[in-house]
Design a protein around this ligand. Sequence first.
Ligand SMILES: [Mg+2]
Length: 396
Amino acid sequence: MKIKEIRAAAIRSPEEIRLNWKHPKPDPGRPGQGGHRDTWIWANPMSGYPRLKVDRSLWRMPQSPRLACVVTAEDGTWGLGTTDYSGAVAPIINDQFAPVLTGEECTATEKLWDMMYRMTSPYGPGLASCAISAVDIALWDLKGKLLGCPVYTLLGGPARDQVTCYASGNDPAWHVEQGFRASKLFCRAGPADAAAGLDMNEDLVSTARESMPAGTDLMLDCWMGLDLEYTVRLAERLRPYRLKWLEDCLMPEDYDGYAELRQRIPWQPLGAGEHWFSTLPFFSAAHRRTLEVLQPDINWVGGITATAKICHYAEAAGLSVIDHCGGNTAEGQHMAMAMPSTPMAEFGIGVSGVPIRESFQRYPGTAVPEDGCLVPSDAPGLGLEITKEALEAATA
Ligand SMILES: [Mg+2]
C-alpha cells in the first residue's frame, strides 16, 4: 500500500478534538495551583537572569498551536501523529518530506524514518526531530489500522498486563491520593540562588517525603536549571531522602558533564533525555552508562521508531527508558505497554484537587490512569477516536 498524501497543519481549535481542553478550576489551596501555598519558581536555563527567571513564558518560543500530521494511504485509510512547534515544523513536513515520501510503501516505517533522518541531516536535529516524530507516529497509526491491530502488537506485543505510571507535579499528597506510588517534583532553585536556594530545594523534598507513605518513590526534575558543581552539592544535601532519580540537571548537550556527574555521585541514579533529539545521544549514553533512566519524548525525539531504537540500546546496556510524559499520549502508552525496558510511564498532572478523568487533557481513545495504572486501547493503530471531520474542524 502506497502513501497517497502527507499533510501537516496547526491544531487551531483544539477543543474540537481534545477532551478537557478547558481545565476545570483547580483547588487553589493545593500546592502549585496559584493559591497561598503556590510559591513555585522552577529552576530553568534562564535562572541566572533575574528579569526572566520568574516565568518561563517570558522567554520560551511564543506558544504556537500543536501540529497534526495526517498520512493517507491509497485506499483512504489514514493515520494521525502530533508534535509541537507547528509554525516551524509544518513546512518541514509539507515542503520537504511530503513530496519525497508520497508514493513510498506506507508500512515501511524503518526505511521512511531513515529517509527523513538523512534528509534533515544538513540542518537537524531539534525541530527536524519534531517533524519526523509527527510523520512517524502517523505512519504507525496507519500501519495498525491497515493490519487491524494495536500499535503495541506491532511493537512486539504486550510486555505487561498494564502500564504503571508515576505522577509529575508538585503535589505528591494528591498523587498518592489518586493511587500513584511514585511522584516527581520540580526543583525550585538553581546556582543563582546560592545557599538559600539549596535550603529551599531541601525543604521542598523533605516536605514531600514526609507527606508520602512508606513504599512510595520520590524523584526530582531540575529542567536544565543546574550546573555540575551545584548538582553535586544538591545531590549530597538530598541523599537522606533517597530520590529514585535526579533528572535533567545540566544543559542538554553537556554529555561529558553527565559522564562526570555519574562518577562524582555514583550513589544517585540520574535521568535525562527529554531535550535530546534523535537517537545518537541515547546510544552514547547507553554505551557509556552515564544515566540510569533514558527519557526521550516520543513526540520530539523522532517518534515511535526512534523511541523503539532507544529502548533496544537501553535493554542492551541494562538501563531503563521512561518516556517524557509517555502516560499522557496514546503513542507513549503503546510504547510503554510493549517495551520490556520501560518499567513505568510518566503521567503529568496539570491540576490538583480534580479527578484525573475530569482534568486530563487528552485525545479521545487515550487511556486514563486508574489507581496509577493504565491499559492502552486495543483498537487498531493508536486507538484514537477522532473523525476526519473533527480533525478538519480543529485544523481549519
Ligand atoms: Mg522532565
